[in-house]
Design a protein around this ligand. Structure first.
Ligand code: IMP
Length: 203
């Protein structure tokens, strides 16, 4: 039975979002910084590998169940890039304007029919550092890369990610609507179900 877990992230936005959602099923979430856990090196070549690395690292150091997420943008015309390198696409520490500009520049000659892309989010919950059957939830959000930045909501690549079903960029959506549709929102809903099923089995 899990009643508290460590979040393998030091990102305040994520900490707040996960804490609120998991509270609905009586799980308390604390960030890994509570135990002075530094970010793990993301050496995997897939999102799921990186999420496992982060969760295992936090579980090992704290001795608690750990939740990690890994997310990014996968662009068809870039052969799946930037993928696991999404946050470092324009170099470590580059700001949002810089990396979205780099993406738009690299996609300049790509025709409208070939601008497909998706956001990906993988969530991993490890009950302990050697857990052989972690709970894993993964969701994608299909869209297209725009030709210019649009909208001011959200963060990261939202201004260059066009959502055909809403006929606007992700950064033009109200946050509640984004959470309903997005890779992260849907992966979280899946994870909540997996946790509840797991709690029912172990109760
Ligand atoms: P991480 O999950 O914090 O490692 O994020 C990886 C990268 O993907 C970051 O650079 C984010 O900007 C980008 N990213 C992940 N999810 C989203 C999203 O919902 N909107 C925009 N960018 C995102």
């Amino acid at each position: 039975m899990i009643d508290s877990l460590v979040l393998a992230s030091n990102n305040t936005g994520k900490i707040k979002e996960f804490a609120q959602l998991l509270q609905t099923i009586n799980i308390t979430v604390k960030p890994q910084s509570t135990w002075q856990v530094e970010d793990a090196d993301e050496t995997g070549t897939t999102f799921v590998e990186n999420a496992i690395i982060k969760a295992r690292h936090a579980a090992k150091i704290t001795g608690l169940p750990a939740l990690a997420d890994d997310s990014g943008l996968v662009v068809d015309a870039l052969n799946g890039g930037p993928g696991v390198h999404t946050s470092r696409y324009a170099g470590v520490g580059a700001d949002e304007i810089t990396y979205t500009k780099k993406l738009l520049d690299n996609m300049q000659d790509v025709p409208d029919t070939e601008r497909g892309a998706c956001f990906v989010c993988v969530l991993v919950l490890m009950r302990h550092a050697d857990d052989p059957i972690p709970l894993i939830a993964q969701a994608t959000w299909q869209g297209e890369i725009t030709r210019e930045r649009r909208g001011n909501n959200g963060f990261g690549y939202d201004p260059v990610f066009f959502v055909p079903s809403e006929n606007c960029a992700s950064a033009e959506l109200p946050s509640e609507r984004k959470h309903q549709l997005s890779h992260r929102g849907r992966a979280l809903q899946q994870l909540l179900k997996l946790i509840q099923q797991d709690q029912d089995v172990t109760a």
